[in-house]
Design a binder for this molecule. Sequence first.
Ligand SMILES: [Zn+2]
Length: 319
Amino acid sequence: MKAAIIYGPRALRVEEVEVPAIGPEDVLVRVKACGICGSDVHRYLGTRYGQRFTYPLNSGHEYCGDVVKIGANVRNFKVGDRVTLGVDWLGSGSLGAFSEYIRIPKADRRLHKVPEGISHEEGAIIEPLLVALNGFSRAKPRGNEEILILGAGPIGLFILQRCLSEGISKVIVSEISPRRLELARRFGAITVDAKMENLEERIFSMTRMKGVDVTFECAGTPATIRQALSLTKPGGRLCLIAHYAQSAEIDPEAIIGKTLTVYGIGGGDALFEEAISLIVQGKIELKPMISHEFPLQRAREAFELASKGDTSVKVIIKP
Ligand SMILES: [Zn+2]
């Protein structure tokens, strides 16, 4: 089968490798679509702070595909099921979903079925939706609260959609990419072009100098985490979702002095059923988030595009 192997920062090649063998608890999935996550970009660029990657590696966990083979002890899945999630931790030499086939270990516990009406491409971005829903459910924004989302990548845009679906109308999105700003505006956000406007001035004037009730930091830069701390009002909540390419100096007194509550958000697999129900009800739209699709052969181009982040939203590779 073919797989996109990363040999080091910016060194990616599509190569022929063995189809993974499966054990009695595993299933083999033919991957139909796999989204490039911010964490994949960090592996591709070799940049995530505090983490050293061991190359070569194959990345990819935001996938959707069809079951083609099941282990003898697997009970909940059959050949032909459309599925997502359950990718093993991606260590050195491991195979992720930027491949034609992927082995999902302990499938009964970790794999999820995707309903027929959701396409493979849409199914591939359920995983980042779960992360966004996890952040939303922890910070619990409510009806008339003022919300700030820093960064309108897929996670920020999912949080925006979730807020709006709950009737929270004052959601401010700060972003530098015109394409992402446009999408946020179309969903119904109050947008701030952080390149052209002074975010601090805009927020303080919109909130009568108080700051916002809840901030979601989905950009992952030293500047945005400092903005998050200064623009969240006393007693407010701050949700950290992005990964950082470098360390950031922050003022701990901003947390203590304002008695902020800070949430660190990782995955969100437990919210799968809730995600499907929101999608089926039309409360969350997946399709507008997909800005580009590439065949596996052009994975390098896809990664370069996703690395820039200013002209794309979600880039999907179709092995
Ligand atoms: Zn991800």
